[in-house]
Ligand binder design. Structure first.
Ligand code: ADP
Ligand code: MG
Length: 274
């Protein structure tokens, strides 16, 4: 598969300054993500995860540093490449069109842009949905779906645009624990199938280790990279890895780093905006 979707984040910084309050949200973050890598950034609420993702997605600007994708400048102070189908985002609270069917929701983006014809898009959508247990729901409306089904539909929708990178901002946060573990397995299934570069943010350490090739721990605000750990657990993975010795080792190694930061964040009274 072609080596596309590499991200190079260099000394990225973001200061929010509404009315002169000067919040240093992200400070000097450098992170290199290889094409096809599944990178998870984990850190306490308010440490700048969403800020970083927004800069990659083109929703917001950096105040220092640069972000490049495959050598192309995505973001630097005063410049951002507008959001586009090359960087698809899935949020915690998705955005399916409620008055449109599932099939319409997942196919309309690439079809409208002329990327693919409807028949082809429908085939691809059915293939991806079939892989994640979503057969037979093409004609349903989003309100008929469970939270876990909606998240899967949103991920399939994002993949339908054939992005270079998939950006996920705590997509499973609102799900109950059981649903979450099933949907995580489904995401891995899609990752093993498509091997897109994934930039996933969460504050859930187990989720981070279960999914990632590499976990980057961020410090509490101002968000910096505190630690990066390779997750050397072979793929394909399913929930059985959660109880392996290696998983527990990684969890304790990373847990220490995160606990320190979570405590600092709590003491600082951080609360999340987005
Ligand atoms: P995370 O996603 O890790 O919870 P965010 O990136 O949402 O963190 O926020 C990082 C910090 O920046 C937080 O302290 C938050 O309050 C602050 N922040 C986020 N967006 C804005 C904004 N538009 N204006 C001012 N401060 C903001
Ligand atoms: Mg956030």
């Amino acid at each position: 598969m072609a080596a596309i979707g590499g991200l190079q984040i260099t000394d990225a910084g973001k200061i929010y300054d509404p009315g002169g309050i000067h919040v240093v949200a992200v400070d000097n973050v450098s992170l290199s993500i290889a094409p096809g890598e599944f990178c998870v950034v984990v850190g306490p609420s308010g440490c700048g995860k969403t800020t970083l993702l927004n800069a990659i997605a083109g929703f917001d600007q950096l105040t220092s540093g640069t972000i490049e994708m495959d050598g192309e400048l995505l973001a630097s102070p005063g410049k951002k490449l507008l959001p586009g189908p090359d960087r698809m985002v899935v949020f915690q609270h998705g955005a399916l069109f409620p008055w449109k069917t599932v099939l319409w929701n997942v196919t309309s983006g690439p079809v409208k842009r002329g990327q693919v014809r409807m028949a082809e898009a429908a085939d691809k959508a059915r293939e991806l949905m079939g892989r994640v247990g979503l057969q037979g729901i093409d004609d349903q409306f989003p309100e008929a779906l469970s939270g876990g089904q909606k998240r899967r539909v949103e991920i399939v929708r994002a993949l339908m645009s054939n992005p270079k990178v998939l950006l996920l901002d705590e997509p499973f946060r609102a799900l109950d624990a059981l649903t979450k573990s099933v949907v995580q397995e489904h995401l891995l299934e899609l990752y093993d199938f498509e091997r897109k570069t994934i930039f996933f943010i969460t504050h859930d350490l187990e989720e981070a280790i279960f999914l990632a090739d590499r976990v980057a721990v961020m410090t509490t605000r101002p968000g910096r990279i505190k630690k990066i750990v390779d997750v050397d657990i072979p793929r394909p993975r399913d929930h059985h890895v959660l109880t392996t010795d290696r998983f527990l080792e990684l969890k304790s190694e990373l847990g220490e780093a995160i606990y320190e930061e979570a405590k600092l964040a709590f003491e600082a009274g951080e609360r999340e905006l987005a």
